[in-house]
Ligand binder design. Structure first.
Ligand SMILES: Cc1cc2nc3c(=O)[nH]c(=O)nc-3n(C[C@H](O)[C@H](O)[C@H](O)COP(=O)(O)OP(=O)(O)OC[C@H]3O[C@@H](n4cnc5c(N)ncnc54)[C@H](O)[C@@H]3O)c2cc1C
Length: 413
């Protein structure tokens, strides 16, 4: 076999890799197709891990968009437990952990990332947990018993969603965030403040501007010491301090890597016939724009599809309006577009004490929006905002701020 008639190969059987495999088949690719994963499960979506799975409201089948039978039916060979250990890009070859070498015709790197580890925590501490995979979610679920004292490290989305779910399950929760506000890198201060108020109202002891100094106790952690000297007793620590993209394979193969695997506008990496998608992919939305990586469902979904189309020769530039959501208690956050601090913001109140924030450029055109409200109450407005970003009308700030003014008015005509 030579590389030209070798299989198409996808490394990483997560959301983006799974979506790419299904798209290749849906778009008519009939050749050999190999999806290589280092988890034992079929591709699944991760958002329920910190929500429905932790609550026991859903299971793996509820997060899987193609189970083993569907993969088999689609003729997708799913290799588990034998991850790719080495990539020889010039030879179109990869080597599995068991030493087997394989050729590929086209390759997609969709290796995602892993939870960043706490530097001071030895791996052997059984009650210091992380949340990236389904198996990690099950391990955490077992320990979220009513009355358990949980210490969450990190006030980003994973930490906040775990805190919310743990409160719903009857745990006592303390959350420690080193920055001055919750989800501070991603959200405007007004929405961070709302998040803080809700978590405190629901009984989470949120500590801002304070870090973790050390873990106390052995062989299990039974307390932590904070940088301000305070000690907090706990039965369990959950660490949510971000994600580490799995770029090592690409970097060792000599591909261009920044904060992620660098791609061009068609999601092509820096060696022939190699593409990247999802959390591990570093891309630009505009030729002159900054490189960015996104860690969102929407990006994993869109880039998985897009990379597959381009592996089939479509040659399409990647251009999708970014967006994400987070569910905490019975509230939800939704965003669309760019929420850059350099943009002018306008806010409007929404039903049930919710809040919508609009991000405008110098010409008063919408670039992004962020909504926080009970249930799914902001979803419709965020969808309209997405259409406004695409349509690009000039907006009036006084009307934007007025809840009585329908957003639809700027889409007519
Ligand atoms: C707990 C949690 C909650 C989330 N909630 C939300 C949410 O509410 N909203 C939202 O927008 N986004 C959310 N996200 C983010 C979203 O789930 C991710 O952006 C998405 O899963 C990224 O998909 P991916 O395919 O790029 O990576 P992954 O899903 O991480 O898949 C990558 C796969 O590649 C495997 N792999 C790595 N290296 C190798 C190798 N060498 N060989 C073989 N396999 C390998 C990995 O083990 C993994 O299985 C959440 C994420 C988590 C963890």
């Amino acid at each position: 076999m030579n590389a030209a008639n070798a299989p198409m190969v996808i490394i990483g059987a997560g959301h983006s890799g799974g979506r790419a495999a299904m798209t290749l088949r849906a778009e008519g690719y009939e050749g050999p197709l190999l999806l290589i994963g280092d988890e034992v499960h079929p591709p699944y979506e991760r958002p329920p891990l910190s929500k429905g799975i932790l609550q026991g409201a859903t299971d793996l089948a509820g997060c899987t968009f193609c189970d083993a039978a569907q993969l088999a039916e689609a003729g997708i060979e799913h290799l588990v437990g034998n991850p790719v250990a080495r990539l020889a890009a010039q030879d179109h070859q990869l080597v599995l952990q068991d030493g087997r070498a394989l050729l590929y015709s086209k390759l997609l790197l969709a290796t995602g990332g892993r939870a960043r580890r706490l530097p001071m925590a030895p791996a052997a501490l059984a009650n210091v947990l992380y949340l990236r995979t389904h198996d990690e979610a099950l391990a955490l679920r077992d320990q979220l018993q009513p009355g358990a004292r949980l210490l969450v490290v990190g006030g980003g989305f994973i930490g906040l969603e775990v805190a919310a779910t743990a409160r719903l399950l009857g745990c006592a929760v303390t959350l420690v965030e080193a920055g001055p506000r919750l989800a501070g890198r991603a959200l405007p201060a007004q929405i961070s403040d709302r998040l803080l108020a809700l978590h405190r109202e629901r009984g989470v002891d949120v500590r801002l501007d304070v870090g973790l100094e050390r873990l106390l106790g052995s062989p299990q952690v039974d307390a932590v010491e904070l940088t301000d000297g305070q000690r907090i007793a706990c039965d369990l620590v959950v660490v949510g301090i971000g994600m580490q993209p799995n770029t090592e394979l690409a970097a060792a193969a000599g591909l261009e890597v920044g904060q992620g695997i660098r791609v061009d506008d068609q999601l092509r990496a820096s060696a022939p016939d190699i593409y990247a998608a999802g959390d591990v992919c570093e891309f630009r939305l505009h030729p002159a724009g900054e490189y960015q990586r996104q860690e969102t469902w929407r990006n994993a979904e869109a880039q998985g599809r897009h990379a597959a189309l381009n592996m089939l020769g479509a040659g399409l530039p990647f251009a999708v309006i970014p967006g994400f959501w987070s569910d905490q208690y019975d509230w939800s956050l939704q965003t669309t577009g760019v929420l850059a601090g350099s943009l002018h913001t306008v806010s409007r109140s929404t039903a049930g004490d919710g809040l919508l924030m609009f991000y405008l450029d110098a010409e008063q055109r919408l670039q992004g929006a962020c909504g926080w409200g009970p249930g799914n109450s902001v979803a419709k407005d965020i969808k309209l905002c997405e259409r406004l970003i695409t349509a690009g009308p000039v907006l009036r700030t006084d009307a934007l701020a007025d809840p009585g003014q329908p957003l639809k008015q700027w889409l007519r005509g």
